[in-house]
Design a binder for this molecule. Structure first.
Ligand SMILES: NC(=O)c1ccc[n+]([C@@H]2O[C@H](COP(=O)([O-])OP(=O)(O)OC[C@H]3O[C@@H](n4cnc5c(N)ncnc54)[C@H](OP(=O)(O)O)[C@@H]3O)[C@@H](O)[C@H]2O)c1
Length: 336
């Protein structure tokens, strides 16, 4: 089988290798990976910039993949051959609170990931994917979608009529937009591009702010909410956005702290305290959250927004496409 290994940092040095198909041991399943998707973290990992530590030599990158079970080991009851599945981001976070053990089990980081034609995963590290989704669509779910679900549903508990502000139009933010709309909330999207804002409108965002043209976007967000501020901010910017998010959110509102695209920030605690904010650091989510999300996705027929699909042999071009930041939603690699 073919797979990619990261022997040294750099997109161009990512090595396409040929190895034996692995066999599942007790409690494990062999999955034929049909598609993977990229997250900003994968770009950081491959470029040697991932904040959670240097990757092991020979790491198989990528957390997100979907495919079909082809063989199971002894004692496997959760899946069977032919099942359509995705790996969960943290292989050992099934439910409840995040633990150090769960945190040390992230695919494509702490453990080998999905950038291969076949992978062996523990049966507990798999979920069934919604029936209406293609493998390309299902491969978008494990990191970006579960993170957005954790923020909008588990943390902010967004209700119909509330306002959610999503920053930018990358993978996490577009899923957050979709989930907020599914719950009946109003969405304000920010973007560096007016064209991308038009696409966000087509997904149900009611307002858009170009943060390049209007660097004081927080003032516009407050104006758009009649002076009250938004109920939740899906915060992916970090240093360049966090202080503005504190201004844009309402008294008693939520900031879901997900990304640091513009670097790490000094945090002034005063605004958090004075506004009685709930600021929660989000690290993807558990299998239980993934399964809850899949039920909602299945019930509502929700489809991930795919920017572009690359063939497996062009995986390096896919990473460069993410680096260019022209994408809207998810970038997918097809493993045929
Ligand atoms: N904590 C977690 O569990 C978790 C999980 C997933 C992702 N993340 C983090 O979340 C961030 C987004 O990840 P992703 O995979 O969705 O990335 P992505 O698909 O590459 O999205 C990046 C987009 O963010 C927008 N952006 C960049 N700078 C911005 C700014 N100053 N203000 C507002 N928007 C800005 C841009 O949108 P426009 O082109 O529209 O301007 C850009 O296209 C990354 O930092 C990633 O590491 C964290």
């Amino acid at each position: 089988m073919k797979l990619y290994r990261l022997n040294q940092p750099g997109i161009d040095t990512l090595a396409l290798c040929e190895e034996e198909v692995p066999r599942p041991g007790p409690g494990q399943a062999l999955v034929r990976v049909r598609a993977t998707s990229l997250n900003y973290r994968d770009l950081m990992t491959v470029s040697g910039r991932y904040a959670r530590g240097a990757p092991m030599a020979g790491l198989v990158p990528l957390s997100d993949g979907a495919g079909e079970v082809v063989e199971v080991g002894a004692g496997v009851t959760r899946v069977k051959a032919g099942d359509r599945v995705a790996g969960i981001f943290m292989q050992r976070w099934v439910a409840g609170r995040i633990t150090p053990e769960a945190s040390a089990s992230a695919l494509g980081g702490a453990v080998h990931g999905m950038m291969a034609e076949y992978v062996v995963l523990d049966q507990d590290g798999l979920v069934h994917v919604p029936a209406h989704l293609s493998f390309e669509e299902a491969a978008c779910l494990p990191c970006a979608a579960v993170t957005a679900w954790h923020a909008v549903v588990e943390h902010a508990r967004v209700r119909a009529g509330e306002t959610v502000l999503v920053q930018g139009t990358g993978g996490v933010s577009i899923f957050a937009l979709q989930f907020a709309r599914l719950l009946g909330a109003r969405v304000i999207a920010t973007s560096s591009s007016d064209d991308k804002l038009l696409r966000a409108f087509s997904l149900g965002a009611s307002d858009g702010i170009n943060y390049r043209a209007a660097p004081e976007w927080q003032a516009e967000a407050v104006r758009l909410t009649g002076g009250a501020g938004v109920d939740e901010i899906v915060e992916v910017g970090g240093a360049g956005t966090f202080a503005r998010s504190l201004d844009a959110v309402r008294l008693g509102g939520c900031i879901s702290m997900i990304g640091v695209l513009t670097g790490a920030a000094e945090v002034n605690p005063v605004g958090i305290m004075r506004k009685s904010l709930s600021v929660r650091g989000i690290y993807v989510g558990s299998r239980e959250m993934f399964e809850d999300m899949n039920r909602a996705i299945g019930l509502h027929g929700l489809r991930p927004v795919i920017d572009r699909v690359f063939p497996f042999v062009e995986a390096r071009e896919a990473l460069k496409h993410m680096q260019g930041a022209s994408h809207f939603g998810k970038i997918v690699i097809r493993h045929d």
